[in-house]
Structure formats: C-alpha cells, structure tokens
Ligand binder design. Structure first.
Ligand code: GCO
Length: 437
C-alpha cells in the first residue's frame, strides 16, 4: 500500500491526557472508598499509590517534554481542595500551583479538568449528582480553582464524560454508586449539565472580575460510533439512531443551546449554560454494535468481530473508521471546533498501540480534509495508570510503568508519536515504518 504525507493544520496541538485519581495516588474520595469492597476492581488492585504522580509530576512532565508534548490534560481532585464542604486545603491548592508551574516551566500548555469521575465523600453522602442542589454545591469549588490559578494560561475542561458517569454509575451499575435505574441516570445527566454550566459561569466570572481575557472553556464528552448488528433490519437502525442521539448528542446539544433537553430535562432554558462551550472536547475509543433483539439496557450485546483487535480488559473493538464518522457528524451538527481530548488503547503489545494511533490519526486527517475543524489531539495516556474498574490490568500509557518499582519507561509508540508531533504530520515514512513492519 502506498502512503502519502498527511499534514495537520498549522497550530494543531499535540499531547496527552490523564486524571488525578488514576495517576496521583493518596486520594480520598468516593472511588477510594468503593475500591475497598472486594471484587469491585477486576484485578483486585486499588488506586492507593497509583503511579505516585502526586510526588513524581516533575519527572513525568520531563518525560512529556522529552517526548515532544505541547499540551498536558490533567484533572484536579476536588476532594483534595475541599475536604469538607466549604473548607479549603491551602496546601493542596499550592500543590496544583506547583503542578501548573512545572508544566509552564517546560513550555507545555495545561488543560485542566475540574471533574473527572471522582468526588469528595461528603458530596457522595449528600446524594452525589442525584441531589437537586448538586450543581450549586459544585460551583464554589470551581470558583476557588479559577481564583487560585487564573494567573496561569489554562484551557479549561468542566465535566469529563458526563454520559460515562451517568451510564456506568447509574444505569449499568458498574461504577459507584452502582445504581441500575434509567430514570436516575437521566437525573444525573441533567445535573451534570447544570454543573457544567455552573463551572463555566464561575470561571468566566472570575476572569471578568480580575479583568483577564476570557479563557477557552469546554466540557469533554465521550462518544461512540453506534452500528446496527444487521444493517437491513429497521429496528436495529432505529436503535442506532436512538442511542446515538441519547448518548452522543442530547447532553452536548443542551450545553451549546443553553437548555436542559428532553429526556433528561424538560427543554427549559438554563442561563448558566449560555456561552459555556468554546469548543467540544471529544473522546473516542471504539464503536458499539447493537441489536434490537437484545436487551441493550441490561448490557446484552452481539458477539464481537473476531477479526478486530481489542482493548485489553475493556474488550472494545478497534474501529478507526468510526472516528471519521463521529467527527463528520459532530462537524455537521455543531458550529464548534473540536479538540480530541482522549484517544488510545489499553494493550501490553505496543505494536497494537502504534497501529491504533496511526490508523486513528489517518481518520482524523480525513475528517479535517473534509472540513471538520479539529484543534488538537491528545493520547490517553502519558503513562500507564489505574484504569477504573479494570485496575492496573489495562495498559494505556505511551510510557510503561513498572508497578513494583514505579519506574517509567517510554514505549516505542511514545517515540513514534514524538516523530508525528515534530513533523506536525503523519508522514509516509512513519506510516510505512509502523504499519508495514
Ligand atoms: C474515560 C476516562 C479515562 C479512561 C479512558 C480509558 O475516558 O473513561 O476519561 O479516565 O481511563 O477513557 O478508558
């Protein structure tokens, strides 16, 4: 097969993404408490030390720098900053100042996520996102963060993957609080949308108050490419449309249009959402094939395609074409640029990762050629880390972590990615080297 150089737009940003709970260690939140229940984490591990990134962030950012990264996306642990409602831990606020400074010192652009899955135990005890007041309870923390770090040049992410929090925590019951209740899921989706609005509003207000130019703000959504088990079956096609709308679009459309859309809300306006989306943070990993003959809500899925490679543990099928499809549909539906805030694969076979990244970037390039505005691309993740209910058994890192010694070792894919960043292109040489080997 003949390849050609695929150049990315000028000013395209490259880097990697991570989250506090998965890398830092030493957290105390709803997940650390849940992890203590035997059998919740598939490999029997827990996040206690994780990658010890809390103490090793400078070394990790040295690696990111050495590997050419221009952006690093990470999350702030709400439970560290506000260990009791309304009480602020100044030493933790200082900690993240040092983290931000370490990125700036290395000339890496920080992208900061305010909520990435975990929350303080006191918030859980107030009913978490089922509490009608939860968006307002979240707001002071967002304000505090904005006040504390507004002197840094930050790209802000409000809520990470609201529909994953909703479905995994409240519909399929695989994440805390293990609810299996569609109605509760809708309530949580609505409150997370309101929380996004509150977060954006707080950040904007703080910047206005200090007379600083407004930053870029975005929620980060997880999208899947839904496909019918039988493309001739109308019921399957209908199910695809229904799930695509419910999972991929309802929430983000609400954020962009400033409403609480049905079926999560009643279609009413929610003013804090106004001007809350500068760009769409989009995470894509895989497709989802669905059949109307199976009970999707009970988690029944058709058999996977044995020809496709899969993500370790999570069993997601590798399907790069779906990336193009979702980018196309987002490009057409919304007048907002897209930042690819996560893409990657859990695997111990780095050649699988090399192929995964290249094949997905080929699709990103194709979408850009066809007119979709894409601002940047972040690999999930810089290092191996604690993959939620999978524990440490799914290896997403460009950099391998030895969990005995916590030693870091860049994989070949990290150097491959460095080459892509340096050229701002997927060159013919890189494609030949990594796809034909
Ligand atoms: C998510 C989270 C990440 C995951 C990654 C791989 O996207 O679910 O943002 O924390 O680790 O997606 O599953």
């Amino acid at each position: 097969m003949a390849y050609r150089d695929l150049e990315f737009p000028e000013n395209f940003l490259w880097g990697s993404a991570a989250a506090a709970h998965q890398t830092e260690g030493g957290n105390f939140n709803n997940w650390t408490e849940w992890e203590k229940i035997p059998s919740k984490i598939k490999d029997g591990s827990n996040s206690s030390i994780a990658c010890d990134h809390y103490n090793r962030y400078e070394d990790d950012f040295d690696l990111a720098k050495k590997l050419g990264h221009q952006v690093h996306r990470f999350s702030i642990a709400w439970s560290r900053l506000e260990p009791e409602q309304g009480k602020w831990d100044e030493s933790e606020i200082d900690h993240y100042r040092s983290v931000l400074q370490a990125l700036v010192d290395r000339d890496i652009q920080p992208m900061v996520t305010l909520h990435h899955f975990t929350e303080p135990v006191w918030f859980r005890d107030l009913g978490s996102w089922l509490n009608p007041k939860s968006p307002e309870i979240f707001a002071p923390y967002c304000r505090k963060v904005a006040e504390a770090y507004s002197d840094f040049d930050i790209i802000w992410n409000t809520i990470n993957e609201p529909m994953v929090v909703t479905t995994m925590g409240y519909v399929f019951g695989e994440f805390p609080p293990e609810e299996k209740d569609f109605g509760k899921g809708l309530t949580v989706a609505k409150h997370l949308l309101m929380a996004h609005g509150q977060a954006a509003t707080q950040v904007r207000q703080v910047y206005d108050e200090i007379g600083r130019e407004q930053p870029q703000i975005a929620p980060v959504i997880s999208v899947s490419h839904f496909m019918p088990a039988d493309s001739e079956n109308d019921d399957d096609l209908e199910l695809v449309d229904y799930l695509d709308e419910l999972y991929n679009h309802v929430w983000i459309r609400g954020a962009i249009e400033g409403i609480l859309p049905e079926p999560a809300g009643d279609g009413s306006r929610y003013p804090p959402l106004d001007n809350s989306v500068d760009f769409i943070g989009l995470n894509y990993y895989s497709r989802m094939v669905v059949s109307s003959e199976l009970d999707f809500m009970a988690g029944d899925m058709p058999p996977k395609d044995p020809e496709l490679e899969r993500c370790e543990g999570l069993d997601w099928e590798v399907y790069p074409e779906g990336y193009y499809q979702v980018l196309q549909s987002f490009g057409k539906k919304y007048d907002k640029p897209i930042f690819l805030t996560e893409n990657g694969i859990g695997t111990s076979d780095d050649e699988v990762r090399q192929r995964y990244i290249i094949n997905h970037l080929q699709e990103v390039h194709r979408a850009i050629q066809d007119g979709v505005e894409v601002l940047g691309y972040l690999v999930w993740s810089l290092t191996d880390n604690f993959e939620w209910a999978q524990g440490f058994s799914s290896h997403f890192g460009l950099v391998e972590v030895d969990y005995e010694t916590l030693e870091r070792k860049p994989r070949e894919s990290a150097y491959m990615f460095k080459g892509i960043i340096e050229q701002n292109a997927l060159t013919e040489d890189i494609q030949e080297k990594y796809l034909l080997d």
